[in-house]
Design a binder for this molecule. Structure first.
Ligand code: MLC
Length: 481
């Protein structure tokens, strides 16, 4: 069975039922099927074929879903680009995956043709489903994840990766057609696309999709839609804690499951959310290269501070500093293996080889396993920063800062932030005394997504380094100005 066969349980099997709400409009699963067929025909008429890449640079909208399904139907590899990315970041992705086109509402300077949503809708001539054969090994998506080297790499995800992940989620969290699912996560990341959209299409539930999570509107959306199900990142749950008590009680009474991932959920947030909403958030762990790896159980103890047990079919082992399998409560790097794990990075055999050891994928995350089988994440092998659930690789910002005339050396580190988890701060060694932090910030803003822009720039005499010259990031906060 391929992905579409599974989605057909909803697209065809529940064609008369309302499947989607967006911006006050309702769509049946039959509408979604017809729209995505028209989108597939528009893409095919423009020459897209199985194996071609199509970049999507859009915020959440119905056409994003049409495009995703159209690509699945054509065997075209969907390559989402974070809508917050700027020219420098977009150029890298487009040059690397060489798409037939980029779908964007705003003009872009890049090496591929740019098509707007409206342009595509106008050219669609037929609502017949295309006749293309795909199977579980057909690449479905390329998702860009920045590596420790600073260059973003495309993780290729197959239909089987999404299938295994989606079936697991629906089974483990008992998602059914009776659920009402509120999705505010961006569709350009795997949390929203791989978990959210797949859970929706496989279960056939009703989903209200939001363009984005906006704190000022979130409580109103919950009260109006009365979801049973919500997936979010910790920042969203922290923002929800500001809901008035009466509204929170009401929201909590319709909810049956709140899932959290993409960044560590503070145990205190879990407690405060439980007090206010009467719901125990279920924390789980996934990443772009593997989709979901580990989850707390639906039934049984959702243990604060842990991510629970490996997903069905997924094996996890912890490798200690000696390279041996760690014992109970002993920290080490998490390695994973299973049908959810990607086959490799797009056109990067060396990076792919480096990412796997004897068939196990090295996650780069450090954790341990308790005697009763719960996994706890403790940190990362790399100096990745996670802000609001978005990943930031310091190296990418450091390289840019070092290109700036006034900067001799730069190091970027994450500092704790109550709402976003972490925010980036830049430590710079200057070439001369003159330094305009605001102006440097503006230059960063012109090149990077807003969440990557350092919140402050600290001028330092030297960067603390090891004898081998590696910057000791943990010492940065204590460097003398
Ligand atoms: C933010 N902005 C967006 C946006 N999110 N624009 C379009 N779509 C989105 N999804 C813009 C805002 O318009 C604003 O622009 C700027 O970004 C800052 O917004 P903000 O409202 O101040 O942000 P904040 O309130 O901090 O909310 C942040 C957030 C967001 C939590 C809503 O960070 C978010 O959606 N995070 C989810 C990240 C995610 O999905 N990660 C999954 C990775 S996959 P302006 O112009 O007004 O400044 C993964 C694997 C796994 O990790 O399995 O988990």
């Amino acid at each position: 069975m391929n992905l579409l066969n599974l989605f057909d349980q909803s697209l065809i099997g529940r064609s008369g039922e309302t499947g989607l709400e967006f911006n006050g409009r309702e769509y049946t699963f039959g509408d979604i099927e017809a729209r995505s067929n028209r989108m597939a025909s528009a893409l095919a008429e423009r020459g897209l074929e199985k194996g071609d890449r199509l970049c999507i640079y859009l915020s959440n909208c119905v056409e994003f879903i049409d495009l995703f399904l159209a690509c699945i139907k054509l065997g075209v590899i969907i390559t989402p680009i974070n809508i917050l990315y700027r020219d420098r970041e977009i150029t890298h992705i487009v040059n690397d995956c060489e798409p037939k086109a980029v779908i964007s509402d705003s003009p872009l300077v890049c090496s591929a043709p740019v098509w707007t949503r409206a342009e595509l809708a106008a050219t669609a001539s037929t609502a017949t489903r295309p006749d293309v054969v795909t199977d579980g090994d057909t690449p479905a998506a390329i998702v860009y994840t920045s590596g420790t080297t600073g260059t973003s790499k495309g993780a290729v995800l197959t239909q089987n990766n999404f299938l295994a992940n989606g079936i697991n989620i629906v089974a483990c969290w008992q998602i059914t057609a009776a659920d009402r699912f509120l999705l505010a996560l961006p569709l350009f990341h795997v949390h929203g696309l791989g978990n959210g959209v797949h859970a929706w299409l496989i279960s056939g539930c009703r989903m209200r999709l939001l363009e984005r999570f906006e704190q000022s509107k979130a409580v109103g959306e919950f009260l109006d839609f009365q979801p049973t199900l919500f997936f979010g990142v910790p920042t969203m749950y922290i923002r929800m804690l500001e809901a008035p008590a009466e509204a929170a009680r009401k929201i909590g009474s319709s909810l049956r499951l709140c899932v959290c991932g993409s960044a560590p959920l503070p145990a205190q947030t879990l407690e405060q959310f439980r007090e206010l909403f009467g719901q125990t958030i279920l924390e789980r762990y996934g990443m772009s290269e593997t989709l979901m790896n580990i989850s707390n159980p639906l039934i049984g103890e959702r243990r604060a501070g842990t991510v629970g047990f490996p997903m069905p079919g997924t094996s996890v082992k912890i490798v200690n500093a000696k390279g041996e399998q760690a014992g109970v409560d002993e920290a080490g790097e998490l390695y994973v293996r299973g049908p959810n794990v990607f086959p490799g990075y797009w056109r990067r055999p060396e990076a792919t080889q480096a990412a796997f050891v004897d068939g196990w994928f090295r996650t780069g995350d450090i954790g341990l396993r308790s005697a009763d089988g719960y996994y706890t994440l403790q940190g990362r092998r790399s100096d990745l920063i996670i802000s609001g659930g978005f990943n930031i690789y310091p190296r990418e910002i450091e390289e840019f800062l070092q290109e700036q005339p006034e900067v001799a050396e730069a190091a970027v580190a994450g500092v704790p932030d109550a709402v976003r988890g972490e925010v980036p701060v830049a430590f710079v060694v200057l070439r001369d005394k003159s330094f305009d932090a605001a102006e440097l910030g503006d230059r960063c803003r012109g090149s990077f997504a807003s969440f990557k822009v350092p919140r402050s720039f600290v001028a330092v005499e030297v960067l603390p380094r090891t004898a081998l010259g590696k910057v000791q990031k943990h010492l940065l906060g204590s460097v003398e100005k």
